[in-house]
Design a protein around this ligand. Sequence first.
Ligand code: BGC
Length: 361
Amino acid sequence: MTNTLCTQSIQLILRHQATSGAYIASPAFTHYKYAWLRDGAFTAYAMNRAGQHESASRFYKWCDRVMNRHEQKARAAINAVKAGDRGGETGSDRFLHTRYTVDGEEVIGDWGSFQLDGYGTWLWGLARHVHYSGESDLIRQLTPSIELTLDYLTACWQLPNFDCWEEAGDRVHPVTLAAIFAGVKEMEAFLPERATELAQLAESIRQFVFANGTENGQFVKSIGNTAVDASLLWLTLPFGLVEVNDPRMIQTVQAIERELLAGHGVHRYASDTYYGGGQWLLLSAWLGWYYARTGRGQEAYDIAEWIVSQRKDAGLPEQVQEHLLSPPDYSSWVERSGEPAVPLLWSHAMYLVLAAELGLA
Ligand code: BGC
């Protein structure tokens, strides 16, 4: 039997995939009418899990065009960093951006655009695409932009940059490092002449996270900030920097459950004030994914049902307001920027991933 929200999610994602291959983060929310590498790579992953390989393939060809278009900027940043010039504050425009127009142009504006995680995530997602679709020829076609991305990550991975929530640009974040780790590690098998170098780099990143990114036996939001963040789930799923049952991961998940879970909804982090700090559907799906992989199928299923119950006419929102961490900030954000984003393609994507894990699709 076909799951209705799965079918709708696939249709919605296809509808908002530009002819260029880019996925628009949220078509109805002014600030999100662009294409992010992070949202896009997870959306492509979900489409692969749902058997929509052609859509995912078009996304990776878009990533390739973005890299080629901004090659000079990337090379200049690589050379500067190698020469010991770290570019001053991370707000400078010297590094590659994180979001683009559907045609691959940078979006001008005040935004914490230096974010490295998306560059690791697109490489990781590309490898997963080849795994699910069998389209191995894509690696050959995209080799120059893969190499450029790897050179960029090799030069920059230790620099402070904005996290996956586009915040804290003065810090280094274990989740960002895990995305880079996964991208580098996955490319090892495809680029034999660089395999040793990539294996060593991936291992250095992993050891750096183990040495600097834990406190009291659990992973931390950022180096120097010991709070828990629900995105730490990505360290294991899908990025594989640690096993699902690593004691540090188990303790991190317990902290997420204790501090960030209310009912079936998951908050990003305890001090979140964005739209009052609601519960993010995509993170709830992520916790369900973790449960599905650790023998907690019923809890995963309950989360999937709860996500279905949060569907609005326009689709799944970014966040819901059943439980707000900072209620006064909800109305101030609505006054400033309108209602929270709906539909958010990434929410639909993560529902598709959870549904695939549970065999609901
Ligand atoms: C989130 C990012 C996301 C972007 C587009 C931001 O508010 O923090 O993680 O990539 O929205 O969905």
